[in-house]
Design a protein around this ligand. Structure first.
Ligand code: CO
Length: 472
């Protein structure tokens, strides 16, 4: 797999991988169209926004220093603020000009002695640039190291580490548990014996409760997991690492994973309430970052996942490749049906368009049968350049697209009192490549018609995930 492709001119979207240094507060963004007056609350997003430390360049998109962004809606207007997530990683990068903690694909300069020390007493960075979560009254920025960072949703000031997961690796895609108002998440416990773990954390808790432990020899890469009303589902792709070898290898985290397609992909099931292990299902090898949704259908399980043939996507997301307009594999939204009666796994493609960063009407449809998913899509030769609505029952799609505009994850916000699953708006931060700035796009979630857009005074580097927190 090649990490670098060269082309003559940088692509139109290259600005999305440039550092943003400005931190601003704008009380009222200029808006065209009309923001719904019912839209009250904040879109909170995190993402990488600085790609160098002193003289050193970050290597991978996922390595960039976390910045928080806030769009706060009230009375038909929207304010905006952005701020680096000021924890210890930011302190090292911003104040000392150095990379002090291992990132996804960029390591600090360390001697072998320091590496061995790190094996026994790991120090993790807190570059929580992947997703944000509302847990009770707490807002938390998350990544795949165990260090989450709580923050103030108004000022975006960092406010310490709210909890520690029971393992050294975790996901920034916890699920909310409707019954408790708390969260469910995954952790990998590494050591002489490795375990996949699932844990629960109540809305006000600091101590996680381990629900299930699944011993494993090597540890697969896990970015998100599936949920139905009965089961927690770990999709274990054949892209795994031997943790002891990882420490000794001298290579950054992600470069230790090995693709072994002959092993296929496994689905490991855990009963949400008892923690008991369910059956294990096996299917063809594939790779994914994102589960979109899942549900029980009688005794069968249905899982919708944005899949790739292999993990070459991870290679494609090195900054050299992205900035040069190199190829990026596109994903296939696939439905898996796990049959309890036969033990078989069947899968089918749901829509023709590539589909990534998928969102649903989460409050209503998480872990339940559903009809609508929204994501970003792309044409054959470009970066994510459209927003797609997928009707997963009818297998029909609607696409929003504008030349030279590059949208991020579309976050759904339901209209209060809505009856239909898609009655609400989508909120997406879009790069305007012609102007070199970004805007917040508000679309009608039902037909993707434009409702409004609000201009931001700078570009916002492409980010991964965010949440809409309705005002309470
Ligand atoms: Co993600």
């Amino acid at each position: 797999m090649s990490a670098t492709t060269t082309s003559a001119a940088p692509p139109a979207y290259a600005k999305g991988f440039e550092t943003l240094s400005d931190e601003v507060v704008v009380d009222r963004l200029p808006v065209s169209g009309a923001l719904p007056t019912w839209l009250a609350g904040s879109l909170l997003r995190t993402g990488p926004a600085k790609f160098e430390a002193g003289e050193r360049q970050m290597r991978h998109w996922f390595d960039g220093l976390a910045m928080l962004h806030r769009f706060t809606f009230a009375d038909g207007a929207v304010s905006y603020g952005n701020r680096y997530l000021r924890g210890r990683t930011a302190h090292a990068v911003l104040d000392e000009g150095r990379i002090a903690y291992p990132e996804f694909a960029t390591d600090p300069c360390r001697t072998l002695f320091r590496r061995v020390q790190t094996l026994f007493a790991p120090t993790f960075g807190d570059n929580a640039n992947v997703n944000v979560m509302r847990l009770g009254e707490r807002f938390v920025s998350m990544t795949e190291t165990p260090i989450s960072v709580q923050f103030d949703p108004d000022t975006l000031e960092a406010a310490g580490v709210p909890f520690m997961p029971p393992g050294q690796l975790t996901t920034a895609h916890p699920h909310l548990d409707r019954e408790t108002g708390g969260m469910l998440n995954y952790a990998a416990k590494l050591g002489p014996r490795n375990e996949y773990r699932f844990f629960a954390l109540g809305p006000d808790d600091a101590e996680p409760r381990v629900l299930a432990r699944i011993p494993t020899k090597n540890v697969g890469y896990v970015h998100s997991f599936g949920l139905t009303e009965r089961w927690i589902v770990l999709a274990e792709f054949p892209w795994a690492v031997n943790p002891l070898r990882m420490i000794a290898s001298g290579r950054p985290f992600v470069e230790n994973f090995r693709w072994e397609p002959e092993r296929g992909t496994r689905f490991l099931l855990v009963d949400r309430r008892t923690g008991a292990h369910g059956p294990t299902f096996a299917t063809d090898p594939f790779f994914a970052f994102h589960h979109v949704n899942g549900y029980d259908d009688g005794d069968d399980l249905v899982l919708d996942i944005s899949t790739y043939a292999d993990p070459s996507l991870v290679q494609a997301l090195y900054l050299d490749n992205l900035r040069a307009g190199g190829p990026v594999p596109s994903s296939e939204l696939r439905r898996f049906r796990l049959s309890a009666a036969t033990g078989d796994v069947r899968h089918e493609r749901l829509v023709a368009e590539p589909f990534e960063l998928g969102r649903i009407n989460y409050g209503r449809c998480n872990a339940r049968p559903y009809r609508c998913a929204w994501g970003v899509t792309s044409g054959p030769d470009t970066w994510l350049d459209g927003i797609v609505k997928a009707d997963v029952e009818e297998r029909a799609t609607t696409v929003w697209r504008e030349a030279g505009r590059f949208p991020g994850e579309p976050v759904f916000a339901a209209r209060p009192g809505a009856e239909d699953e898609d009655d609400g708006v989508l909120l997406s931060v879009v790069l305007d490549a012609d102007r070199g700035t970004s805007f917040l796009l508000v679309l009608d979630a039902a037909d993707l018609s434009e409702v409004a857009r609000a201009e931001v005074p700078h570009h916002i580097p492409f980010s991964f995930h965010g949440q809409f927190a309705a005002r309470r």
